[in-house]
Design a protein around this ligand. Sequence first.
Ligand SMILES: Nc1ncnc2c1ncn2[C@@H]1O[C@H](COP(=O)(O)OP(=O)(O)OP(=O)(O)O)[C@@H](O)[C@H]1O
Length: 801
Amino acid sequence: MAKGAKPPGSLPPLKSRRKESRSLKRKREEEELEALEKAAQEFDASNLTNFSDLPISKATATGLDKSHFKVLTDIQRKAIPLALKGRDILGAAKTGSGKTLAFLIPVLEILHRRKWTQDDGLGALIISPTRELAIQIFEVLRKIGQRHSFSAGLVIGGKNLQDERERLGRMNILVCTPGRMKQHLEQNPDLDTYGLQLLVLDEADRILDMGFKDAIDAIVQGIPKDRQTLLFSATQTKNVNDLARLSLKNPEYVSVHESASTATPGKLQQHYIVTPLPEKLDILWSFIRANVKSKILVFLSSTKQVRFVYETFRQMQPGIPLLHLHGKQKQTARLEITAKFSSSKNSCLFATDVVARGLDFPAVDWVIQVDCPEDADTYIHRVGRTARYERDGRAVLFLCPTEEKGMLARLQVKKVPIEKINVRQNKKQSIQNQLQGICFKDPEIKYLGQKAFTSYARSVYIQKDRDIFDLEKLPLQEYATSLGLPGAPRVKFLKGEDAKRRKNAPRALLKDDDSSDEEESGEEKEGAKKDAKKEVRTRYDRMFERQNQNIFKPHFTEIIRHGEGGEGEVEDKDEDFLAVKGHGYGSETEEGSGKKDGQRYIQVHGKEPILIDSKRREKLAMSKKALLKYKGTGTKLVFDDEGEAHAIYEFEDEEEFAKAGDAEEQRGRFLAEESRRVSAADEEDKTIAKEKRRAKKERQKARLLEEMEGSDGEDIGVQLVPYEEDERDEAGRREDDDEDEAPELVEEAPPAKKQKKWFEDDSDEERRKRKKAKKKGRVVEMDEAPETLDDLEALAAGLLA
Ligand SMILES: Nc1ncnc2c1ncn2[C@@H]1O[C@H](COP(=O)(O)OP(=O)(O)OP(=O)(O)O)[C@@H](O)[C@H]1O
């Protein structure tokens, strides 16, 4: 055989074999993808039942199987095949009917078929109106996408924008809230949206209404028009203007329950009761007491009401774990509460509408709507937190007599089957006295009650549907009494408030408002914001101004007024009372708080006024320590026999001085006399000090002896504490130290700040851990909850696979 010739039947070299197999693999993959695309385009959904029938990738099919999803729900059967064909979809289906999978499966499949890789940037954007819902969607995506290699991120705020930035540049799928996404699109040059293939809006009608308008418009401007768009909600919008804003292309309207006789889940039992407003809390309390073995979700119309009911009911101990959730809690707390309620078998969660949409709490038995929802759609979403995916559930709506007719008419139009029931009067328990007692004992709760009252009144006032909501017809005085308040707080309203706009406004837009104690809705807040620019008012300022509240008894209010001379300027004087009189710092002309050019100042005698431009600064400025600093060290005076005060050094009368002889001589005499006096005093001091040292040594000796012998024979665990470490006061003095011993104390007293500990307890261990975590730049906030925001963010940074 010639040199170099290959023997017949021998294999090609390894390198070229590998190359060949790689290209074969690639070819095979491409053929598979083409076949998948073809199958999706030609798919006939008429006999579709199981996920395994769908023309989807192996990766998605495995993810679904591993998550135990087998049979498609109606909305999934109708929407998924169309979305896989690349159609724009307007999907409407009852709450709890599985809309999340109806958009997540197409998201994964479209990107897969288009061979999307990490280098291709953002491929799909999923928008949710709340952080909780975004987290929930993200978790489902993680489960069913576990066999894909896309990177997915969660963009919901509550974290440093900069931290999120770099990671976002590498993400293929983002689940986000509108405000935060808008921020990133505007400020993050690393975010490449040019190739975006899919835009999904969950709870689309909510996202498209006024509150999110700016954010959504900005997002839509920043992404390509040539993309697929999927909109889902239980109460879908068909508003042409909304759809035009999203540039939908010939969308397919998929409404599986439009022809159904009801808009709510079949297994949901819905009832309402008619109750006078002042009896609502009695009924709620009695209901909870009678259902302590259930899982109950209670909707109230504002954060303040949620907090008031939670705080008071908690004190009254109904015998069921209580939780509360609203939009003003910190994200970690919100996550923790959501997780707790999800995993609990029996508990009662008081919440605002922040949990009304989309959240999939397992096995909720009851949804109670204490406050009437603003419209029938909100009703549908609230009750949809129970009776999800083939489960049973019950819902009760509390209606005031004035709300009954209007609300029932609205519900009827929306095809909500609801029946009236009555409360068994013998089971109803009045809690008014208990609430009064709680409010009386705790001014903070009373204050919260006042805010709850105000926010309720405002929430009714700002509603547009006057057939249902009529504030004037509500017995507000009695309602205040039912909350345990001594009188109805005065509520200020401004014209033209827009409940929906404020309610749906993203957090970013409400940022300024969040810092205040006011409620979430209404132009009142905007008015308040304007006021806030003029002067900084603390909650205590407001509390004092509320004269009809009797937070302080009327005669006390009188004292404030008379003490300040005149009723005309009560507001300013109240502030003076708070700032000055309350602390007893002298005359109001010299010291106290005042206003200049619309700014508030605190004036301490002889010092520059301190500008009060925040609550924190006011608190600081009013602290004892700060005031001591500003007040200086004071002047030492001596008193003569007649009780007259004199400065320590005073000028002598000139004539007297001349009579006493030559000035230089006098000086010499004075110095000689003083030095003799100082030497004598020094001798005396030394003797006293010596005597004291000796006595102290004796005492120490005696104490040691006592300790060694065990004075009364008992084994005292804290004997290890040595004598240097005995009790000291704040200045580092020991209890038996004498004021006169000052010179010795200076020598002996160690720096009083930190006392050495001779034994270690759990707190030391904790402190060390905290210190360590701090050093690493991270504070461990929740040890037990497995799904902290950090966990989720870490997941967000990782790959789905
Ligand atoms: N095909 C399915 N098989 C079994 N369970 C399913 C299926 N699809 C969805 N589910 C379950 O049904 C529940 C409700 O699903 P999902 O949250 O998607 O409902 P939804 O229609 O989005 O509700 P909402 O309108 O309240 O947002 C979830 O617990 C989900 O896991």
